[in-house]
Design a protein around this ligand. Structure first.
Ligand code: ASP
Length: 328
């Protein structure tokens, strides 16, 4: 019995030691984890698809673009550095670009065929996979704010048009007169496209539409994806869509899974490019799904979608994917 007791107490001590060791290891692991989480945060942004040729970009315009992009990314980064959430970071980053006339989102939104501006935006967070989106709004100063409100303060994921604006005014989101969105450059772009439509009509008598991917119709959509110190991903996208769009056309930007997607288990994505292709290829979710179900890395999954899937439908893809380990 004595032997048994000694053995038993040895076992207890051993197991206590083991527990202590385990506790120490766990403590160390959690400190390391916290340390690595503290250092493992980041934000990326985009200001739209398309190639702006050097000859179309004056030095002063280039400086202006760089200034806004830098201000936007620094603002988001500082939020993350100060322990803010990835959602707060992408919202602040996107809002800075929405407030600039340089980007096709918010203030600088492109014109529809009917000389109006219709804005789309969406947001998604990776921990709960909550999402919010709005489409076809004409009076919302910062569409990304409204997309977030839809996510946090409504039972829905997507609201559109007048209903979305009514929700916005009930929730204290800033509304502006539609004339706020008038910018000379965007209006001229619309006239150029309308003129080329006329030329085509004169030419063959039947082509009434210029492809929305042509010319300067797809520059400047904005988006961001971030990882915060708590390990949460978020992504958001905001756009005026494509110049000369008709019939209340809605692009990919407000479509969860096409324009925006976030999942803590995989990645956060914001897309820009010709929306019709992005909707058909469900690009943002596809990248996540390839990672989740096939175990591909972010790079492999993005290559699959950008270099194979979207081109197989006839368009080139531009995406901004971010994962906890890598930006591709
Ligand atoms: N994806 C946007 C849309 O189709 C346009 C863009 O990204 O430039 O509405």
């Amino acid at each position: 019995m004595k032997n048994f007791l000694i053995f038993f107490s040895f076992l207890l001590i051993f197991s206590a030691c083991e527990q202590k060791n385990e506790q120490k290891i766990n403590e160390r692991a959690s400190i390391n984890n916290q340390k690595s989480k503290k250092n493992n945060f980041g934000i990326i942004l985009h200001g739209g698809a398309g190639t702006i040729l050097k000859e179309h970009m004056s030095d002063s315009l280039e400086v202006a673009y760089k200034e806004i992009l830098e201000k936007a990314i620094r603002t988001g980064y500082e939020i993350l550095e100060n322990n803010g959430s990835s959602l707060e970071a992408i919202a602040a980053t996107i809002k800075i670009m929405e407030d600039s006339p340089l980007f096709n989102a918010g203030k600088g939104a492109v014109f529809t065929h009917h000389d109006t501006n219709e804005l789309d935006a969406s947001v998604m967070v990776g921990n709960t996979q909550d999402a919010g989106a709005i489409s076809g709004v004409t009076r919302i100063k910062n569409p990304i704010d409204l997309a977030i409100k839809v996510m946090t303060d409504s039972p829905h994921v997507m609201l559109s048009g007048e209903g979305a604006e009514q929700f916005a005014s009930e929730k204290g989101i800033e509304l502006v007169d539609p004339s706020y969105f008038f910018t000379e450059n965007r209006f001229k772009s619309l006239q150029r496209i309308k003129d080329s439509e006329k030329t085509e009509l004169d030419h063959d008598g039947k082509t009434a539409l210029v492809s929305p991917g042509q010319n300067d119709s797809k520059f400047g959509t904005v988006g961001a994806a971030a990882l915060d110190k708590h390990g949460n991903l978020a992504a958001g996208t905001s756009t005026g869509g494509m110049t000369n769009k008709k019939w209340n056309r809605i692009g990919d930007a407000p479509i969860i899974g096409a324009g925006t997607y976030a999942n803590n288990a995989t990645c956060a994505v914001s897309s820009t490019g010709w929306g019709e292709f992005f909707i058909r290829a469900v690009v943002a979710h596809d990248i996540s799904a390839l990672m989740e179900y096939k175990g591909l890395t972010l790079k492999e999954a993005s290559e699959e979608v950008i270099q194979k899937k979207v081109p197989s439908l006839g368009e080139t893809a531009v995406l901004l994917p971010l994962t906890k380990r890598a930006i591709w």
